[in-house]
Every structure is written in C-alpha cells, then in structure tokens.
Ligand binder design. Sequence first.
Ligand code: ADP
Ligand code: GN1
Ligand code: MG
Length: 390
Amino acid sequence: VTSLKKIEAGNVVFPTRRKIDGADSRMLEDALYAFGFGLTCSYVKPFGAGHINETYAVYMPSEQGDELSYVLQRVNTNVFNDPAGVMDNIFGVTEFMRTAIRKEGGNPDRETLSYIKTKNGRNYFEDEKGQPWRCYNYIPDSVCYQEVERPEQFYQSAYSFGHFLKQLGNYPVDSLNETIPDFHNTVKRFAAFEQAYQRDIQNRVDSCRDECDFVLKRKADCGILIQQQERGVLPLRVTHNDTKLNNILFDAETGKGLCIIDLDTIMPGLAANDFGDSIRFGASTAAEDEKNLDLVHFDIELYRLYVKGYLDATKDVLTQEELESLPWGARLMTLECGTRFLTDYLQGDTYFKTAYPEHNLVRARTQFRLVEEMEKEFEGMKQIVREYFI
Ligand code: ADP
Ligand code: GN1
Ligand code: MG
C-alpha cells in the first residue's frame, strides 16, 4: 500500500550528531543505549505527525537491509508532568489487552503496542536532563493516515476504537493515573480560555475577536456532558481520550484497523468523548490546519459511517444514555479542541507544536467551522445514532 498521507520518516539524526527538533542528539543516543541497541542500530529518523511528543523511527540491520524496527519517543514533560504515571498506565493496559486479544484468537504482537523495558528493567529511561524516553516495537506492514482517504478507513477506525473500549471494559478504572487532570473537562477548558482571554498576555485578542466571541457564546454548552457525568447519568469508562485517525494503525495488507497507538491519555472518561474526538478530526473534509475555510466541512456521511462502526463494536455495552450522548460528544470535543487551540494561541503557543505564529489560530478556526455545521445538522446527527440502535 502506498499512500501520500502515510507519514514517512525524516532525515537521519543518528549516527550524525546534529540537534534536531529541540532534542539533543546525545540524549537520543543515550536513550538508544539504555534500551540496548545503541551499538547495533543502523540509524534513527524523526517520525510521525503528533502535536505533543518527539517521535523517532529506529532502523536495525537485517538480511533484507535496514529495517524500521522500533519507535523511540521522548515524552513531552510540559504536557505530562508524571511520566512514571503515564508509563504505569501504558504497561498495565497493554498487558491487559494482550490477554484479551489472545482470548479473542487475535495476534497480541500486532494488535497492541509492546513497550520495551530498559536494560535496567525500567519502563522508561530518564536522560541527563531528566527527560523521559520510551520505546516500543514497530509493527511491520502497518499504515498510519493523516486524513480519511477511503470512507472504509473511517468505518475501520470507528470499529477499532469501539472495540478498544470494549476490550478494556473490565480493566480497573480506579487503578489508572489521571495523566492530565481534567483533560476533557469542558467546563474547566472554558474557564482556562476565559482567563487567557482576560489576561491577553500576548496582546493577541485583537487579532481573534470573532473566534473569542464564538467560544464565549457557548459557555452553557460546555456543561452539558459534565453535568450528566456528575449526576451519574453517564458512566466513567476506560477511554483513550485522543482518538484521532493518526492514533490508529491499519493493516497494510487487509486495510483493517489494526492497533490503537498514543496511549498516553488513557484515563477514566466518557465514551461520548472518544466518539466525538474521532468525529472532529475524521469527519472533516479538510485538514485540521486548513487555512481556506471554504474547504472545511462537516461530512455527515462520514459521521454516519463512524456511528455504524462504533456501534457495531459497542452496541451491547453502551447504555441508552451513552448512546444518546454521542452527538453531543462530537459537538463538544470539537468545541473543546478549538478552544484549546485558541487558548494556546492567546498564551503564546506553549502547548501544541506549531509551524508558524498563527498556526493555532488557523486550527481553532477549522474547529469552529465544524462546530457551526454540526449545530445546524444536530437533529440529523441524533437521528443517525437512533437509526443504528433501534
Ligand atoms: P503524539 O502524542 O506526539 O501524537 P504518537 O504516539 O501519536 O505521539 O506518535 C506520533 C505519530 O507518529 C503518530 O501520529 C503516527 O503518525 C506516528 N507513529 C507512531 N508510531 C507509529 C507506528 N508504529 N507506525 C506508524 N506510525 C507511527
Ligand atoms: C494532540 O498528541 P496528538 O497529536 O495525538 C492532543 C489532543 C488534541 C490533538 C489535536 C495529549 O494529540 O488532545 O486533540 O493534538 N494531545 C494531548 O490534533 O494534548
Ligand atoms: Mg498522536
């Protein structure tokens, strides 16, 4: 399978000794040695298109030539201030998943990530500067997409994320560390925005008044799911919390959803939020940072496909209230994400990786465009969910 959207690994950063993307190459080398392949590794390249961590592809010599064998990541401690807690969650969950996958007759080596311990038996390596590095096996013959290329992929991703929720249905929710407190607390996200707006430390409010007003008008919406959660109407489950399309690998041969990645934000959460975050990213007709808003639309047919895939996997576990919360999840995760981009813009781009000064504002605009369209099509969105569970 060849794909333009497939993320290729970038220029070699090891064994050369250049500084790249803020990561000191000597720390990277130390990390390679800590995981036991410093001597044997052929080379290392930057990899992937995540907004948070530094990701590298590690190539090892093989009979067929150099082969992408491991993924090495430096965890962003600005975002995750308890890397030990993050790694405990990941090791706990992936071990549990392996047992679940075996029971289903699946292949645990391909259907979940296998993290590697350091030579000292730790689940991550801390470099001289105290930065955490972790490593997992690269899954061969897998593809990662930045956009839906064929609708079937979106169905597949829905089924996989739904299946993931189901697989972790009996995982002890209370044992999970809350790696980012209040990650999808839309009320607190709104409050954080309001504060950034009032303080305006970068003097950027003038450049985005319409966008700020857009958020301010939707204060009441932010409470909708949180209130249902607090009243116990919606249960907390083990959720992924970052369910965008590029956090899943597809099988290159069959095109089926293969493995969920980016497990840093696994925490107790609402199914509606996992559902919603996928919709916000994948049911858009354009990239998350498309500048031309005329190209950005909410595609209700893609939404329909996702509903089908998600419910094919979860229909027998979700409650009636959860099913009905799904359309709100889409609206609120999109509003939340736009609000987070806008907040980061107002605060000087300290959270998400950006490529140019207005990048976060551009991202916020696409999200708000999608929210507007979802608001107009909300009745249709609810109807589609009902069609699938009746
Ligand atoms: P981040 O938190 O920065 O998003 P991820 O764990 O999602 O970190 O990794 C970043 C990106 O790297 C992914 O979105 C994907 O594009 C790519 N990536 C990571 N692991 C793999 C893999 N095993 N195969 C293909 N791509 C991968
Ligand atoms: C970040 O890490 P990545 O790129 O998969 C962010 C998500 C946002 C997303 C927007 C830990 O995801 O919450 O929805 O960017 N992850 C974190 O693209 O904040
Ligand atoms: Mg990611």
